[in-house]
Design a binder for this molecule. Structure first.
Ligand code: ADP
Length: 170
């Protein structure tokens, strides 16, 4: 099933929450900063280990760490595209960020997963366009593979919340 809520993803109890990270995996502002702040230093330590091993995370890909002190067991760090007008493959890269997060979640036995609205903050992806991609991509994955029971879209602003509510009702 898919649900949408308005709230702070760091407060969510789920097997995993997704972080809208950047390619360095070293933390940043927005939801990334909030997750590292609430989750404590273990998350960053694992991110640094991954970075040392494979050189960060490419746009559209995903890696997994502990949830540290968060209620969630794991954090899946994915990197959405920076919006550049729509001719730089942004739609596909955003879909890939959702797909690769879902795949790594399923590979790690995650049954309940929460997503923020990837790329719609500092990366300036148009919210309506991002919401269509997010809902479509997650719906397809859940229909195709049965491993994940519940995906929650955690919106931080009412504009995104209303967009997701309308898409999920339709
Ligand atoms: P990006 O660089 O991918 O755009 P941002 O963190 O700037 O990442 O924004 C992604 C989305 O996360 C935005 O919609 C922003 O409002 C939202 N956001 C920021 N803080 C939180 C939070 N604590 N919980 C859930 N969503 C958040």
């Amino acid at each position: 099933m898919i649900e949408v809520i308005l709230g702070d993803i760091t407060k969510i109890t789920a097997d995993a929450i997704v972080n809208a990270a950047n390619t360095s995996l070293l933390g940043g502002g927005g939801v990334d900063g909030a997750i590292h702040k609430a989750g404590g230093p273990d998350i960053l330590e694992e991110c640094i280990a991954i970075r040392n091993r494979q050189g960060g995370c490419k746009v559209g890909e995903a890696v997994i760490t502990t949830g540290g002190e968060l209620p969630a067991k794991f954090v899946i760090h994915t990197v959405g595209p920076v919006w550049n007008g729509g001719k730089k493959n942004e739609d596909i890269l955003l879909a890939n960020a959702y797909i690769n997060s879902l795949k790594i979640a399923a590979d790690n036995g995650v049954k309940t997963l929460a997503f923020p609205n990837i790329s719609t903050g500092v990366y300036r992806f148009p919210k309506d366009r991002a919401a269509v991609i997010a809902v479509h991509t997650v719906r397809e994955f859940l229909n195709e593979f049965g491993e994940i029971d519940k995906v929650t879209f955690v919106c931080f602003d009412t504009e995104n919340f209303e967009l997701y509510q309308a898409l999920l009702a339709g």
